[in-house]
Ligand binder design. Sequence first.
Ligand SMILES: *Cc1c(COP(=O)(O)O)cnc(C)c1O
Length: 498
Amino acid sequence: MLYTSTRDKTVRVSSAQAIAQGISKDGGLFVPESIPAITPDFIASLLPLSYIERAKKILALYLTDFTPEEIDLCVNGAYQAGKFSSNKVAPLQKIADGANILELWRGPTCAFKDMALQLLPYLLTTAAKKTVADKTIVILVATSGDTGKAALEGFRDVPGTKIMVFYPNDGVSPMQKLQMTTQEGGNVCVCAINGNFDDAQNGVKKIFTDPAVAAKLDENGMMFSSANSINWGRLVPQIVYYISAYCDMIEAGEVKNGEEINIVVPTGNFGNILAAYYAKAMGVPVKTLVCASNANNVLTDFLTTGVYDRNRAFYTTTSPSMDILISSNLERLLFHLAGDDDKRVAAWMRSLSATGTYTVEKDIREQLLALFAAGCCDDEATKETIQKTYAAGYLCDTHTAVAVNVFEAYRERSGDRTPTVIASTANPYKFSAAVLRAVLGSVPADADEFDQVELLIETTGEPCPKQLATLRGKAPRFTACCEKDDMERQVYDMLGIG
Ligand SMILES: *Cc1c(COP(=O)(O)O)cnc(C)c1O
């Protein structure tokens, strides 16, 4: 299977090249030229297998230039026993009739990003060996909080790699910030920027696609790659858990093989829900993909009207990992829905960068309406949902609560009772203040982050993951904060090149 660019169909590269390179030179994203089909028999063959063995079978459909031994090594390393706090890796929890939470945050950093970022370093170093031997891979990350920590943890001390993370200074939770600024490892660097996530993402994209910067790295035996969800190596591991969740729905007796499910995803950069789209396009019987947003509801509007418009107020919410106005991965969806029309995609993206908006035509809009339902909720509704869901027996974080809220509203207005998988993307202790405010009604004014953790433990009896609890009192290693125009300089400093 070969991969092409969403903005230039003449590009044709192997999966190893797509993963090593991260983004196409024309600024487009790599997509598979065709989406592999799976049958109910294939799904039946996955049922008795562990998550690791399911992952190997599914990844082999996309990474056709990796040998079976290479895939074994990558997957065994990523999901080995002890790395995830559930032996199912991503367990399903039934919370109500027809509502099943898919816990994607059982990994080392307690957010769903671990599902992909534990595997990506293996995929990337294997891919680099095949394509660009001997070069040091430099990973640049823009993060709204969770990607940064998960990428740092995934790439920490991986030979032949260096990683630099930029995060918005006022746009992440205290726990997220502490997780990143205390990161250990000899090949890591973390820097705050004065700006929001979109500024960080734009800055990284600019450095990344600047030929002069690339030439400078090349002179020094280095090359950039990306750990953001623009990298195909981030997306493909996420397809696995939706197919595996369908298997678990069958095993739990929620559906029979061949019967439909719905999938609800709290969405920011459109990576996680795009993986669910790929699972559906492959043949998993998914009726509706429900896209859940917080107050930054640019996707709710787009999926219902066909007009993408980022010219709007930006809100800092209690679900910061979804505080995004430019959802990069939408570009991949549009490429597939437009029948691989690279010219059309390139024109939309030109319009987006020139005016902040684009409008898709009727043919695309009709497909969007058939595939997706969309909804959003504000912080107040998020809080009420945490409270209600907790009272019914399940403590969820703010992002998951957005998904639960939008799911309930969708079910109410559509009457659609299809058994549903709701992606749960973070452990509640990553966002203790907001969760505590929801379950207690208020937070004592003098309580610091870890007092809040203690209170949340006392109140709910839910254990706090050790890797979060032990951050208490740990001194930050990385305290720098730069202007958004100074990111390139920071990268050179980290790499020790002038
Ligand atoms: C990244 C993230 C999201 C959004 O996922 P996308 O793939 O960017 O849509 C949602 N919730 C949490 C907790 C996250 O870390």
